[in-house]
Design a protein around this ligand. Structure first.
Ligand code: MN
Ligand code: MN
Length: 438
């Protein structure tokens, strides 16, 4: 197996939450000489630093030899993926079965989460601030979790429902134990005792927790020839991983400062302090500029405005079984190379970020020079719908930005499909982009 693909499978197998991703990314970049930005007083060309934002987003910089107000080459991908989050008071028992109550995150087809092996990943913070990290349900000898479904023989009413009504979000609750006694809530009590003993967690510690329920198991190659990847959270860890590797493997003496933003909250609109619709990038860049000779508001503005950015996010792959949804010529094929999407948004380009053709021309020549296979595509037919990415939050600063990522089949399903050759094309695309000099 190609070594990059091997590392990719390991990365998405081990890192199923944004916190797990950030911890791994910090470790990987420290191994090649990155330092925590806040621990550095002065920065010089060639220096490599990272900023950790609440353990859920991370921004990497490699300082170039050009003045920073000439702009940066920025890669931006997201680390969050659709899943089920714990509610704040998750634990309850009903008629002999003990459950964790959940609240889904991002765009999911709820029925896809029924009767499927699930794992619990995340962090619980005790009142004294101590963090307890959990990843339960991944080891072969571990137990698993699931959400139950109805037996077909008695599901006549359920089967008449539309897919969106098939199961209520409120009923997506995780089965975690039984009460086989006559004593009310004895199952819940037993679970609480186990949580206390095994993990040192009390029931009210769930009030301060980021716990996520994700598909259990390893990412694998798919197909008889192993030419695809089957894994959870490839939207958008396929672009996050390849952006990270491109960033870490770039030459040490780039003219332009390079940056890799790996952000949280894209799947819910990039909101919050760890999402791209915040001052996160501007704040961190201001800290960089302070260490390059002194903070100056105009330098921050110029650096952002003169930047190039690839919003490294996935595109919906053309699906022969649902061909009616796609304009074939303007759709992305699995194995067709990295996908550039001029405009995201939906229908009449509502909410779009529309890339400037001058910038696309620069990218076309850059990709051709580097021998990178690429395709230009939209998500689907015009009236079918669409979605947004972080591109518009970058465009807000006046920088040149376009979406560039990997085509994904069954996107947002618990397990998603990509092409191994597209993963490699994306990495090569990001490497060539980071090296752009003018
Ligand atoms: Mn995405
Ligand atoms: Mn998505």
């Amino acid at each position: 197996m190609d070594k990059t693909i091997r590392r990719y499978l390991d990365f998405i197998t081990r890192n199923k939450t944004e916190r797990e991703c950030v911890r791994s990314i910090v470790r990987l970049c420290e191994e090649v000489g990155y330092k925590n930005l806040m621990s550095q007083d002065v920065l010089n060309p060639g220096d490599k630093v990272y900023a950790d934002i609440y353990g859920k987003s991370v921004i990497l910089f490699q300082i170039g030899t050009d003045p920073i107000d000439k702009g940066l080459n920025i890669l931006g991908a997201h680390l969050d993926s659709p899943r089920l989050d714990f509610k704040m008071k998750p634990l309850y028992e009903s008629k002999g079965i003990v459950y964790f109550n959940t609240h889904y995150y991002g765009g999911i087809k709820k029925y896809q989460w029924l009767s499927h092996p699930l794992a619990i990943h995340g962090s619980v913070f005790r009142k004294n601030g101590e963090e307890v990290r959990l990843a339960i349900g991944e080891d072969d000898d571990d137990y698993t979790f699931a959400i139950s479904d109805i037996l077909p023989h008695i599901a006549q009413e359920q089967m008449k429902k539309t897919a969106s009504e098939f199961v209520d979000g409120e009923d997506l609750d995780l089965v975690i134990g039984l009460n086989e006694t006559d004593e009310k809530d004895a199952g819940k009590k037993a679970i609480l005792e186990l949580l206390e003993k095994k993990y040192g967690i009390a029931e009210d510690d769930f009030l301060s927790a980021d716990l996520e329920i994700v598909p259990a198991g390893k990412a694998k190659l798919l197909g008889l020839r192993g030419d695809m990847v089957f894994g959870y959270g490839q939207d958008d860890r396929v672009c996050a991983f390849t952006s990270l590797e491109a960033m870490l493997e770039q030459r040490a003496d780039n003219l332009r400062t390079t940056c890799c933003i790996l952000t949280d909250k894209e799947e819910v609109g990039s909101t919050g302090a760890t999402g791209m619709n915040s001052l996160m990038l501007e704040n961190v860049l201001s800290e960089v500029i302070e260490r390059l000779g002194g903070y100056d508001g105009l330098t921050v503005r110029r650096a952002l405005r003169n930047s190039y950015m690839l919003s490294s996010d996935v595109n919906s792959a053309y699906d022969p079984l649902n061909a009616n949804l796609y304009d074939e010529d303007n759709s992305s094929k699995l194995g067709g190379g990295v996908v550039f999407n001029k405009y995201t948004g939906s229908r009449g380009k509502s909410g779009a970020s529309d890339a400037n053709p001058e910038f696309i021309a620069l990218l076309r020549s850059t990709m051709d020079k580097a021998g990178v296979k690429f395709q230009m595509a939209e998500m689907a037919k015009v009236d079918v719908g669409g979605g947004g990415t972080i591109a518009k939050f970058a465009a807000f600063y006046g920088m040149q930005v376009i979406d560039a990522g990997v085509a994904v089949l069954s996107m947002h399903a618990p397990w998603e499909i990509t092409s191994t050759s597209d993963v490699l094309s994306a990495k090569n695309c990001y490497k060539a982009f980071l090296a752009i000099e003018k």
